[in-house]
Design a protein. Structure first.
Length: 107
């Protein structure tokens, strides 16, 4: 096989692999996932937890104005800021974590 034929065969194989990935991706596109936003976290003793009541204020570990964390099924995928859309809260994504970085964090 000459170099030209090898290049054509390689391109065809790449096209088939891309098509297979597209077909496989189609299978999961309608699977529901849980999207959640986190304002911040804190740790408190159970004693203090049991003392919480209406009007209690719990200080979080994040400063006001810092971006929220956006999770999909518990995996951090982005950061964003709160917005109001049609009288409902929403989030504007300000930084999306690359798929490669997400995979690194899973290991």
């Amino acid at each position: 096989m000459n170099a030209k034929n090898e290049a054509v065969a390689a391109a065809a194989a790449d096209a088939e692999a891309d098509a297979a990935r597209d077909v496989n991706l189609e299978v999961i596109l309608d699977v529901p996932v849980t999207l959640s936003m986190e304002v911040g976290r804190t740790r408190i003793a159970i004693r203090n937890l049991l003392q919480l009541n209406q009007g209690s204020v719990v200080e979080l570990d994040r400063a006001a104005g810092e971006p929220l964390d956006v999770f999909v099924n518990g995996t951090l995928v982005a950061h964003g800021e709160v917005v109001v859309v049609n009288e409902k809260f929403g989030i504007r994504l300000t930084d999306v974590i690359s798929p490669a970085e997400r995979i690194k964090k899973l290991k």
